[in-house]
Design a protein around this ligand. Structure first.
Ligand code: HEC
Length: 112
């Protein structure tokens, strides 16, 4: 009888360890999910506001727009440009939030 209780506790202990290991293992997955979703937020914003002039792949160049895939601007420069606009490019400050501007700037870096 005593042995059975010991075995039961032993198994319960293994069960607990297995569960906590699972949790630790799941953390990187959750983190990578977050990055994926922030990329797709940027993509959604791009589709809605930028595709018009720059095209789906960034190369359209309508209304004097520059080819984004050929751009050498840094992320910070893009954030400023998107906020303030330039020539015929719309200033997006007030249209998009700070976070949205960053997300779409990050997305524009992935167009190559
Ligand atoms: C009304 C048309 C229009 C829209 C909408 C537009 N752009 Fe532009 N974009 C332009 C024009 C025009 C330029 C070139 C500005 C210049 O240097 O004269 C430009 C330039 C850029 C550049 C710089 C390329 C370089 O290397 O000089 C980036 C990056 C860019 N746009 C990103 C975006 C993003 C991101 C959005 C959406 C939030 C967007 N644009 C929406 C017209 C537009």
């Amino acid at each position: 009888m005593k042995l059975r209780i010991t075995v039961a506790f032993f198994l319960f202990g293994i069960f607990l360890i297995a569960c906590s290991e699972n949790k630790v293992r799941n953390q990187p997955d959750e983190a990578s999910l977050k990055t994926t979703s922030s990329i797709s937020v940027g993509e959604q914003i791009y589709d809605k506001y930028c595709k018009l002039c720059h095209g789906k792949d960034g190369k359209l160049g309508l209304n004097g727009a520059k080819d984004i895939t050929a751009s050498v601007l840094t992320l910070e420069e893009r954030i400023l440009l998107i906020k303030n606009g330039k020539n015929t490019m719309t200033p997006f400050e007030g249209i998009l939030s700070e976070e949205e501007i960053k997300a779409v700037a990050r997305y524009s870096m992935s167009l190559q």
